[in-house]
Design a protein around this ligand. Sequence first.
Ligand code: TXA
Ligand code: MG
Length: 330
Amino acid sequence: METETILVDSNVNKEETYSQAVEMLQTGEVVAFPTETVYGLGADATNAEAVAKIFAAKGRPADNPLIVHVDSKESALNYVQNVGPKAIQCMETFWPGALTLILQTKPGVFAENVTASLSTVGIRVPNHPVALNLLKRVKLPIAAPSANTSGKPSPTLAEHVYHDMEGTIPLILDGGATMIGIESTVLDMTSEPPVILRPGKITKKDLEAVIGTVRLSSEIQGNIPKSPGMKYIHYAPEAPVYLIEKTDGLIEKAIAHVQNDGKKVAILSSEKHPSADYCFPLSAETLYASLRKCDQTDADLILAAISADANRSEAMMNRLEKAADHKWFS
Ligand code: TXA
Ligand code: MG
């Protein structure tokens, strides 16, 4: 299959930009499109065959449910039930935006493979003009996980999607770099108090300002992970990633140590390290692109420089710890 890319650029509000994508989605094909977090790989959430193409293209385990994307709160309410006042407040405050709400689905509205046969669904309204224009025109709920091969860093550029999906999907809408760069916060509204299953740009503090107490799934001891996706290795480049503390001289020492073994080292850091073989920027927005850049080098090892800064992004640390499988360089 040929993979076509349509560059959106200044045609973001033009009808022609979306006509091909809309037709493909309505006839059971998959289409990649940008959201404000990462690129998604979309298909009609009511069509099991279309959804199966997402799992096949990504190599995604069937027990990992997909997030459904809709154009508004009103559309979302067509598909979910027992929606309490806190969920409504979240929709009104944070949508469109990077917050996925886990709610009970109305029976029979989605294909079973969307929810991995759970009685709940993850649903959100993305805050990106291309995604919103597409959703408004397609008039269907669109299931869309991140548009990467399963286990790889999520795509923040259309070229990342092309790299992973070339020959496997028919169409990519190229809306440039995504703004946030890390997947949405996933908030389980079926627990009381609600539980953050996956941290993101919208933080515990942001949520608590609106709906009161919210718990982090990591704080709940002995609980089995409720977000099935969180148990899989994620965001991993080819070379092993190690976290390293940004304290005086430690990084330079580590670089020399690795190089003395005849190995090449890539550093992810907000600062420059001229002695490293490769150095790429590290922030929430650049994390995935930098991990992918490491794959284009011959680095044997990747060091991610972490500061003890209280203001560092919780969501970025969550993804980095997974990419490193919690390994620290010592
Ligand atoms: O920012 C995002 O959320 C991006 C863009 C494309 O919208 N999408 C995304 O989807 O990250 P995905 O499929 O890569 O991640 C979905 C996460 C997984 O961890 C999955 O297990 C969890 O949401 N999830 C989905 N449905 C769930 C459910 N019913 N209960 C618990 N967790 C669920
Ligand atoms: Mg993903």
